[in-house]
Design a protein around this ligand. Sequence first.
Ligand SMILES: NC(=O)c1ccc[n+]([C@@H]2O[C@H](COP(=O)([O-])OP(=O)(O)OC[C@H]3O[C@@H](n4cnc5c(N)ncnc54)[C@H](O)[C@@H]3O)[C@@H](O)[C@H]2O)c1
Length: 295
Amino acid sequence: MIANIKTVGVVGAGQMGCGIAHVVALAGFDVLLHDANAERLPAVLAEIERNLGRQVRRGTISDSDASAAMDRIQTTGDLRSLAPVDLVIESALEDEEVKRGIFAALCYIVRPDCVIATNTSSIAITRLGAAVQKPERFVGIHFMNPVPMMALVEVIPGVATAADTVRTATAFVTRLGKTPAVAQDFPAFMVNRILAPMLNEAIYALHEGVGTVEAIDKAMRLGANHPMGPLELADFIGLDICLSNLQVLYESLADPKYRPCPLLVKYVEAGWLGAKSGRGFYDYSTDPPTPLPAA
Ligand SMILES: NC(=O)c1ccc[n+]([C@@H]2O[C@H](COP(=O)([O-])OP(=O)(O)OC[C@H]3O[C@@H](n4cnc5c(N)ncnc54)[C@H](O)[C@@H]3O)[C@@H](O)[C@H]2O)c1
């Protein structure tokens, strides 16, 4: 197993892949960023540059740190370019068939000792590992969104993952300046397992009229010392993502305590997905956003 990682491949240059490439390059690794849709790569690079620029303006990194990080990132539309990497982090669509196809192809491209990781939020690591030749080198490395801001990264071994691979993954996460937390391979791992039912409970409280949007968020900010209220947080994450996290828990653990609140289902069906669609529990056409009555 490669303990000394120098070059990292990232497969999937969406919201998460873009953030992962950003923090990995900033930590001094060379990055090969791949997306099946090569046309989006120039825009992704421009976005990483903008995000690094924001950190420079905030004074958290220097101008030369930002330009050195940009110099370390190369983009490619051809998966075969990932042949020299020491670690590859798959962060493509949350679709099991797509991910399995990527791993099947990668096994013929990368070296047999290359660590293969997935950033999946919900698909079992053990099941994905079955698509990898030598699954002892396969591991979950689950970043939080937005990647440059969030301190925690979950490291998830599947049943076939070698202890050495877990050590390499946790050491890598530490070198990114983040804190690793090892979770076992159960649905939604640790953070989403706990967060999803809490957000769902806040939506039930709204649905049952326990409090208004404003009151529920204020209660949790001031009463539990949370930096954001649960309904603003649900809007920020995206109500479709919250619903899909709950569905994974509900279906895979077959426990009614994870039943998605009907109000959440209704909002997603209406296309009210939170901040990204302009409306969720708040109206985002105003600054600051206006809390709305439950529909
Ligand atoms: N969004 C979040 O909050 C979050 C948090 C943690 C983990 N994740 C996980 O990260 C992964 C990516 O999520 P995202 O929000 O960045 O999605 P996204 O839709 O923003 O990006 C997915 C990218 O993958 C690319 N892609 C699709 N098929 C591909 C293929 N075969 N090969 C290479 N690239 C391909 C797409 O072109 C797109 O650019 C998912 O597995 C998701 O569960 C998401």
